[in-house]
Design a protein around this ligand. Structure first.
Ligand SMILES: Cc1ncc(COP(=O)(O)O)c(C=O)c1O
Length: 370
């Protein structure tokens, strides 16, 4: 039998000191402040925000983002889109190619209960989508993805993109909605002026492609791209309609260094399990519980404490200031360098305020890689 104190849902109303570890914490006030801040940016602009789900993977957060004025939700995976639809969100962009019969069959099912949009960049994929949608008598909305320098998916700007648009317009079952161009190679440039300039240069060909398609008599309803590092530039770029920023809501330290206007809402609660020397504490979370693609985690709100060793799967060594009283069994918090891969490791956010658990929110998108 599972002890009731092990069930995170029973932590509501309790002090954080009673929460088992490692746990993924979410500062509710910081989250709401971040959502309000970016909503205020988009409130008086022609462009809108379609926040990325991959950053937190939690539909409760997506619902707050929609209530704050988001035009829809972006996600990376079909499995994420399915959990969004389960939560009643219809306006979903899967900013990725949905390829292969198994996935396309699922997409067609999804189109019966939501209004998904997908990115495309090949004739093969476009023809398969058209055939499956026509057979199932649904309509699938598509965006042609243009490579604007990330060198991931995407056709070249200009006539190669127009050729795909013409193909889509000629086929049944699919509807051309617009273009996607994601400047992922620029979103984390540390220097703000360089980030702004290179982002604008990358978006130029994307918007020129829009104009080319429109001059061919085909309407372009949506041009979308952008992330947390570039939302101010991409959101203000004439001809871009939507921004897909996601990390801003829960944040991580790698983004905090360049976007300090957002508060650090996400952290990992850990327990000291050993004090091998006066200056060292060992905590119960390591690489298996922290997304660390951009570097080791940082210690939250603990002057003089820092990560000394981050190499083990289930341990992290913390260097402590002299005469530190932190003892075995005490808690401390880490801030990950990468929030998106951290949320993917946990089943729930423990939402807190003033040291008390406000609520526990499932991370339904966790592990939904298919
Ligand atoms: C397609 C796409 N759009 C937008 C984003 C922006 O996310 P973030 O807010 O983390 O910069 C990403 C991040 O990887 C992405 O892959």
């Amino acid at each position: 039998m599972v002890m009731s104190s092990m069930n995170p849902n029973n932590w509501k109303g309790k002090s954080l000191a009673e929460v088992d570890t490692p746990s993924l914490l979410l500062d509710g006030e910081a989250l709401r402040a971040n959502i309000a801040r970016i909503a205020a940016f988009f409130a008086n602009r022609p462009s809108g925000l379609r926040p990325h789900f991959k950053s937190h993977k939690c539909t409760r957060i997506s619902q707050l983002q929609m209530q704050a004025g988001a035009v829809g939700i972006t996600c990376a995976k079909l499995g994420e889109a399915e959990v969004l639809a389960d939560a009643g969100i219809r306006e979903i962009l899967i900013a990725n190619q949905i390829v292969g019969r198994v996935k396309i069959a699922r997409l067609v099912e999804l189109a019966k209960r939501a209004a998904p949009m997908v990115a495309v960049d090949s004739e093969t994929n476009i023809r398969m989508l058209s055939e499956a949608a026509t057979t199932a008598k649904v309509e699938i909305r598509v965006l042609v993805e243009v490579n604007i320098g990330l060198n991931r998916c995407g056709v070249q700007a200009g006539t190669p993109a127009l050729a795909l648009v013409r193909l889509i317009a000629s086929l049944p079952g699919i509807k051309f909605e617009g273009l996607q161009g994601y400047e992922g190679h620029l979103v984390d440039l540390r220097d703000e002026a360089e980030r702004a300039e290179k982002t604008r240069a990358a978006l130029g060909p994307l918007v020129e492609t829009r104009r080319l398609i429109e001059s061919a008599g085909i309407p372009v309803n949506i041009v979308t791209g952008g992330g947390t590092g570039t939302y101010t530039f991409t959101g203000d770029f004439p001809g871009v309609d939507e921004v897909q920023a996601g990390s801003y809501a829960a944040m991580d330290w790698y983004y905090f260094d360049i976007r300090p206007e957002f508060r650090q809402a996400m952290s990992i609660l850990a327990t000291v399990i050993s004090r091998p020397t006066p200056e060292l504490a060992i905590i119960d979370v390591g690489r298996k519980g922290v997304g660390a693609e951009f570097g080791p985690p940082r210690v939250k709100d603990f002057p003089g404490a820092s990560v000394a060793r981050f190499g083990s799967e289930e341990h992290t060594s913390i260097s402590l200031p002299k005469d530190c009283k932190l003892g075995v069994g005490d808690h401390l918090e880490l801030i990950p360098s990468h929030g998106c891969t951290t949320s993917n490791l946990y089943r729930e956010f423990v939402v807190h305020r003033d040291g008390v658990v406000e609520d526990v929110w499932p991370i339904e998108g966790s592990g939904r890689m298919r």
